[in-house]
Design a protein around this ligand. Structure first.
Ligand code: TYM
Length: 354
């Protein structure tokens, strides 16, 4: 019985401004995972074509996500920071996964249904196949752990299904090429080439909700800018948005049970806890019984103190695109080397001549 070497992988799309949901649900976790793990963080520029083909400023968008990674504290020397399109092995593996994944599996993807909306016939084929490319992003490095927000959970389950089917269908080939290892999945022994990825979703803010409606996810596509805190918002904008955030008339409860049925209160407490690196029960034991007129100013102060250094550093980095490009080029070269090692083995497993 063996084990895959732990490796963290995650990606962020270069579409629109990053918001607090991306920061708390993903980027802050990327930073924390650096200690003691080998990590690869990717600006998934090919994914950005799936919903909208032509982008006004693709280079600037790619650089701004890379700048956010660096500003948040990711070390691109110890780890790898790169953009997806610079490593064509992602697309190569995605094609193979398109042939592994079943149409029935893709039809269950709720994000496709949401994004395609009513005009499904007019959605791109890329939007439909997107989760297969996402599985390839991770598995082209045989990565084992993937920090993401809660909205990506179903895509990671699909990545596990794809890995499992590939391992099963090619079991004999994997054995013959000596590229696999014996693992257990549940109770089952499996001779695997690809690991079963572990989603890392936990934490106090796995799903940051809109500041205007606690039942809707905070998202870049919400028409109201008041619904989200953008990473590039200045202090006044952050203060205004939190002050105007929807709440209910009651004060804060003393325990988690008291947040049931109060999505806006729950969201603000989760945001506070995630920003402070504390748990929701800890925050409620401090603020239980207080009114929002006390809690909101504390949240404003914490949000500004936490985000301002990141925003400032992002602006500084964005002023030097040459430096960001050099970081991405270096990361891409190192990523390509690892991805090609996997693809050589995958081609061999399948039986492609090379
Ligand atoms: P994307 O670019 O939409 O979002 C980037 C990350 O931010 C998280 N996130 C949130 N977390 C909490 N609350 C929210 N309101 C919120 N909104 C967004 C997302 O869960 C994500 O972790 N498909 C991915 C990108 C991707 C990827 C991958 C991720 C492509 N390949 C491989 C992991 C591994 C996406 O569109 O994320």
């Amino acid at each position: 019985m063996g084990e895959f070497r732990p490796l963290v992988f995650s990606g962020v799309q270069p579409t629109g401004n990053l918001h607090l949901g991306n920061y708390l649900g993903a980027i802050r976790k990327f930073v924390a995972l650096q200690d003691g793990n080998d990590c690869i963080y990717c600006v998934v520029d090919m994914h950005a074509l799936t919903a909208q083909l032509v982008h006004e400023d693709m280079p600037g968008q790619i650089r701004s996500i890379a700048a956010a990674f660096l500003a948040a504290g990711i070390d691109p020397v110890k780890h790898i920071v790169f953009n997806q399109s610079a490593v064509p092995q992602h697309a190569e593996l995605a094609w193979i996964f398109n042939c592994v994944a079943r149409i029935g599996w893709m039809n269950r993807m709720t994000q496709f249904k949401d994004k395609a909306g009513k005009d499904r016939e007019n959605a791109s084929l890329g939007l439909y196949a997107y989760p297969s490319l996402m599985a390839a992003d991770i598995l082209v490095y045989r990565a084992t752990h993937v920090p993401v927000g809660d909205d990506q959970k179903q895509h990671l389950e699909l990545a596990r299904d794809i890995a499992m089917k590939f391992n099963m269908d090619f079991a004999d080939h994997i054995r013959r090429t000596g590229t696999g290892i014996d693992i257990t999945v549940g109770e089952e022994p499996v001779h695997a080439y690809f690991p079963m990825v572990e989603p890392l979703i936990e934490g106090p803010a796995p799903r940051v909700m809109s500041l205007r409606d606690g039942t809707k996810k905070m998202s870049k596509s919400d028409a109201s800018d008041l619904s989200r805190i953008n990473l590039m918002d200045d202090e006044d904008a952050i203060a205004k948005k939190i002050r105007k955030a929807k709440t209910d008339p009651e004060g804060l409860p003393g325990d988690i049970a008291g947040l049931a049925g109060r999505p806006e209160a729950d969201n603000l407490v989760g945001i506070y806890a995630a920003l402070a690196d504390r748990t929701k029960p800890e925050i409620l034991s401090e603020f239980g019984g207080q009114q929002f007129s006390v809690f909101k100013p504390a949240l404003i102060e914490l949000a500004i103190a936490t985000l301002a250094p990141v925003t400032g550093e992002m602006r500084r980095l964005m002023a030097d695109p040459g430096h960001i490009d050099a970081v991405l080029r270096d990361g891409s070269a190192r990523a390509r080397e690892r991805a090609e090692k996997t693809m050589k083995e995958v081609r061999d497993i399948i039986g492609f001549l090379q």
